[in-house]
Design a protein around this ligand. Structure first.
Ligand code: PLP
Length: 404
């Protein structure tokens, strides 16, 4: 690292809360699948800001929409209407087949808003006695970092010393429909689950799981809330990951790529029932649904479909997965994923995944380790075949090294 890089890193460490442990690279520019550090070194971004930059860094059309809107009007609060919110609602509802939309900012806020809404639905529509609503969630979930959410995390780092936590959540294993059937009671209002557990290390459920989940939720009048904040908007090769399972959620949560990485934009999408219970004054956000966010999100959704990014994610994801499976390295325990949401899990004896990510960095690839042994690979959805092959070559040489 050069003096200037060390300076940036040291200054962050001196003033910042140490709630992250970044790879030692200081980025200053991005375009498409590429990012550049302060020294001018170029890297293929295989994290895409945890899938927020699915449309590629600084997509020119999203940038143009953002600049244009920033010149006109940025924030009104929801005390007044603005001319971007209605078209945003129309476009996202048409794209996803939803009836109602609640705009928020961060993903965690969308999750919190969904929890509030399904509880309210439980009391006012399902008839659950007040303050008795139960929400079922899965072990190893990741839904964000608010107090409400970390209270039902099973990761000790996420929870420890942040209590006391809100009651009303039940934790069951992911991928186990029988456990769901056994956990449901007359007071269950919702099952909140990720279609693929991203932060847990790209964990796919067994085939047929979500069909059973859908059936159980319908039979028991339980709202199925799919957190598609990471899996949604093309990441897995379909607009929504639920489409791989042939099901429809009652409530769908979007965030991350909803703005193409330009701005925090999230949304709760639902049938008429769940969001229909919210009345004026009962929920809100100063920035939620602001005209800048709406203009950015509209452009982010438009380029996703107009430029064939979802189909490309399916095509390049299959190529990438195939290529990863072809790498013969005894460091690799398992390769898995769907679309461009991929992971390489290393054998425990291979050493920490972090070392491999650092080795990849020196070869021009930025990837992120998760849970000690897993390297996740999630490039922007605009990646080309040549770029996939370029990445695979470097991954193959890195993974055949041994850092144990
Ligand atoms: C990132 C993420 C969130 C939280 O989003 P923030 O914008 O970081 O609050 C929630 N759920 C899932 C599945 C995520 O990947």
């Amino acid at each position: 690292m050069s003096a200037s890089v060390i300076d940036f890193v040291a200054t962050e460490a001196r003033f910042g809360a140490h709630n992250y442990e970044p790879i030692g690279v200081v980025l200053s520019r991005g375009e498409g699948v590429w990012v550049w550090d302060t020294e001018g070194n170029r890297y293929l971004d295989c994290l895409s800001a945890y899938s927020a930059v699915s449309q590629g860094h600084c997509h020119p059309k999203i940038l143009a929409a953002m600049v244009e809107q920033a010149h006109r009007l940025t924030l009104t609060s929801r005390a007044f209407h603005n001319d971007q919110l209605a078209p945003f609602y129309e476009e996202i509802a048409a794209l996803t087949g939803s009836h109602k939309v609640l705009p928020m900012n961060s993903g965690a806020e969308a999750v919190e808003s969904a929890i509030k809404s399904v509880r309210k639905w439980g009391y006012e529509v399902k008839g659950v006695p007040d303050c008795q609503a139960e929400i079922i969630v899965c072990a190893n979930n990741f839904h964000g970092r608010t107090l409400g959410i970390v209270g039902f995390s099973t990761d000790p780092d996420t929870r420890t010393h942040f209590g006391p936590f809100a009651p009303g959540f039940k934790i069951i294993p992911f991928g186990d429909a029988t456990a769901l059937a056994e956990a449901i009671t007359p007071n269950t209002v919702a099952f909140l689950v990720e279609p693929i557990q991203g932060e847990a290390g790209v964990i796919l459920p067994p085939a047929g799981y979500f069909a059973e989940v859908r059936e159980l939720c319908t039979t028991n009048n339980v709202m199925l809330v799919l957190d598609e904040i990471q899996t949604g908007l093309g990441r897995t090769g379909k607009l929504l990951a639920e489409q791989h399972e042939g099901i429809e959620a009652d409530v769908t949560l979007l965030g991350k790529a909803l703005s193409g990485g330009f701005y925090p934009v999230s949304a709760v999408l639902s049938n008429n029932d769940v969001l229909g219970t919210l009345r004026p004054g009962q929920h809100g956000s100063t920035f939620g649904g602001n005209p800048l966010a709406c203009a950015v999100a509209r452009a982010a959704l438009r380029v996703l479909t107009e430029e064939g990014m979802i189909e490309n994610a399916a095509r390049q994801g299959a190529r990438f997965l195939e290529g990863l499976k072809d790498i013969r390295a005894n460091t690799i325990r398992e390769v898995r994923g769907r679309g461009l949401m991929l992971a390489v899990e290393l054998h425990p004896e291979a050493g920490r995944a972090r070392r491999y990510c650092e080795a990849l960095q020196s070869k021009g690839i930025l990837a992120k380790d998760t849970h000690e042994q897993t390297i996740r690979i999630a490039p922007p959805l605009v990646i080309t075949s040549d770029q996939v092959d370029w990445a695979l070559e470097r991954l193959a040489t890195t993974l055949t090294q041994d850092f144990s």
